[in-house]
Design a protein around this ligand. Sequence first.
Ligand code: SF4
Length: 471
Amino acid sequence: MSGGNDTFLGMPAFPENAAAAVQDSQLRFNLRKATHTIRAKRAGVVGELPDWLELRQAGKEIKDHTLRNLERYLLQLEEAVTAAGGQVHWAADAEEANRIVADLVKATGETSVVKVKSMATQEIGLNEALQAEGITAYETDLAELIVQLGDDWPSHILVPAIHRNRSEIREIFQDKMADWGRAAPEGLTDEPRALAEAARLHLRERFLSTKVAISGANFMIAETGTLVVLESEGNGRMCLTLPETLISVVGIEKLLPSWRDLEVFLQLLPRSSTGERMNPYTSTWTGATEGQDFHLVLLDNGRTQVLADKVGRQALRCIRCSACLNVCPVYERAGGHSYGSVYPGPIGAILTPQLRGMSSELDASLPYASTLCGACYDVCPVAIDIPEVLVHLRAKAPHPRAERLGMRAAGWVFNSPGRLAGAQRLGSRFRRFVPKHLPGPLSAWTNTREIPDIPAESFRDWWNRTDGGVR
Ligand code: SF4
């Protein structure tokens, strides 16, 4: 039995990953089919609402207001959760969060946990950290189960196994289910109903025998200390309600001030993510319930650093709907694994480099994983201007020294009409000596396009000479 996913860190930069991924025609077919289906469904249900743009604006403003007053609302949340019998833990980084969760599980005496989809726990590598402590984490979301059984990585926010088709899923179930618990039924076909039934039987056994659950949350309501999970399968609700101990690991940006605010997001999220008017299961809980202990681990892990960046902080508005992935031409071709992070696609391209920094080659390449076409911004239900943040991060990414010097020189020239005119004349005079391709560290600029020919005379000089074409 494998211990789950390997780490994403240490992967090559995005261009190399993408170049390999686009060669996989099966992957491209799976991705194209899935993203186009969800995209069309989303467009249909969003088009039904005449006030969609007002809703979107409301979502944006609520999130911005919450982020501006995060400290106040977090303290309010802590007070409310504690008053309702829950225990709140603060984790500054992944290591601290993993240690808190491992200690909480060990205190129960259990060696296995069930998990309902939580991107935050994938972000911090919780499964691997628990495994190091002798604790096995079982994923219970259907797509996460496929990823875990296949010893694979998630490649989409909402549909982590989007890169798999049903015959691949049948093979994974047949080969691997027995290693993790109840085996797949004999003669399993690749009919969706048969696959879902196999997963249901496998998971049901797990739910009934496991005493500790780990979850994430889509939202946290500060005024009452309530956590909210939206899902489609009902597995989440089993995971949240059956075990004797529930530990929720949630990023601090998931906060909303009040229940009234939730109303806006309950309309924005299902329509943007699965293209449904309403999601099938909405679970809410406040503190400990009868027969269940509750722990809330509030995770920072770089979020306050993102909050300090005036342009980049809008990424914290994200409600993980995945609409931006489904419309992105780069994601559609390169697939989620190319981004080397639990957050793929356009949101990953702006969130990962901010959370992890840009010291690795991979993270520094992510702001370039976009054509800046703006489709992601158009569909984002909380109006995150992803292209704006991409350009902002490109400016902050490390650049070769020659490029920095070149840009500084260009800035100096463009800053003065006289210097620009002089440079143009110089360029025209020596245009025969200008190469088609730049050398060394600047070569990336002209790898796929040549330097255009410099005209014999600049437009300004032509205008002055002919008085705008009159002479
Ligand atoms: S950035 Fe916007 S569109 Fe993309 S996942 Fe987040 S909320 Fe959804």
